[in-house]
Design a protein around this ligand. Structure first.
Ligand code: PBG
Length: 326
């Protein structure tokens, strides 16, 4: 019997029918930046097509994304003022908390709200943890992260996503959520997060570049894959319900290994630098934006991701609806 692999490529309907990788609209998460103020919608120079919104303008954007088929959002906050302790992160009336309340009132259960839990957007030094004598103080940071997560959940968000890479974060957040009765609230933890140059545009967007040193003492070294397996396992042991691998395109091997390792949902964050790189290459006329966007996204799912956090979420939703991918 002759097997001809060409047969499954012989027309478009057959190709679509026999695709190995499926992408659902349900699996897309759209990151959104909210900043304090009123009437603001400003484009982020390093992320063309992405904006900073004030809590009163973000609704329109969410509505448009929802109409395109995206219903999960990851919120980042940019406060008006910062301090050494990042107190804006856990302020009941902080920009993220206010936005959650507004969006919850406007959209009810039609949307899934996820919040990034970290101090770096709120600290003057720009680090993800408290700083004592120029060093990151892991353990003193934990109660503040727990407080931040709790304030987000009390404001009405669905899932918290701690991204600061402090050891023990998931356990600290789980304890405090449970203590306040939020036993059913999931934690989506950035378990394998590499110190990466691909975060550059995000730090522009959020004004969160470290003012001294770098994040290499708490984010992972990109030479290491076994360490990712350990971090993922310890986050799950501490109570993580969903894990995140980040960045995406430079970590396809990590996603694939994680798929074989764990049974919890795996989310991947295709980060700001990945988006900016594709946008810039396309704007220069070097490549076709739609094509590389679709191909990269599918490769992330093919590697084993269940959930994709991406600045292309709305554009990908369109591609899925047209049947070009998925
Ligand atoms: C906060 C945080 C960062 C990103 C997500 N959460 C920045 C960082 O770690 O420096 C990066 C996301 C992106 O680049 O799109 N700690």
């Amino acid at each position: 019997m002759k097997r001809r692999t060409r047969r499954l490529r012989s027309n478009e309907n057959i190709r679509h029918l026999t695709r190995e990788t499926r992408i659902s609209l349900n699996s897309l998460v759209y990151p959104i930046f909210v900043r304090e103020g009123r009437g603001i919608k400003e484009e982020i120079p390093s992320l063309p097509g992405q904006f900073r919104y004030s809590p009163d303008t973000v609704e329109t954007e969410i509505e448009a994304a929802l109409n395109a088929g995206v219903k999960s959002f990851l919120l980042f906050g940019i406060p008006e003022s910062k301090d050494d302790h990042g107190s804006g992160a856990y302020d009941k009336n902080g920009v993220v908390q206010e936005t959650i309340r507004k969006l919850r009132t406007a959209f009810g259960t039609d949307i899934c709200l996820i919040t990034d839990v970290c101090l770096c957007e709120y600290t003057t030094h720009g680090h993800c943890g408290l700083v004592t004598e120029n060093k990151i103080d892991n353990d003193c940071t934990l109660p503040l992260l727990a407080k931040t997560a709790l304030s987000h959940i009390q404001a009405g968000c669905d899932i918290v996503a701690p991204s600061g890479m402090m050891d023990g974060t998931v356990a600290a957040i789980r304890d405090s959520l449970d203590k306040f009765g939020y036993t059913n609230t999931p934690i989506m933890s950035y378990a394998a997060k590499y110190a990466s140059a691909f975060y550059g545009p995000f730090r522009d967007a959020a004004g969160s570049s470290p003012q001294f040193g770098d994040r290499k003492t708490y984010q992972m070294d990109f030479h290491n894959a076994r360490e990712a397996a350990n971090r993922i396992q310890s986050d799950i042991d501490e109570g993580a319900d969903i894990i995140i691998v980040k960045p995406a395109l430079s970590c396809l091997d990590i996603i694939s290994k994680a798929r074989g390792q764990v049974n919890v949902p795996i989310a991947t964050y295709s980060v700001s630098g990945e988006y900016a790189m594709m946008k810039a290459a396309a704007a220069a006329g070097y490549t076709d934006e739609y094509g590389i966007m679709c191909e990269s996204a599918v490769s992330i799912y093919r590697a084993g991701a269940d959930i994709l956090i991406t600045y292309f979420a709305v554009a990908l939703a369109e591609a899925i609806r047209k049947g070009d991918i998925g």
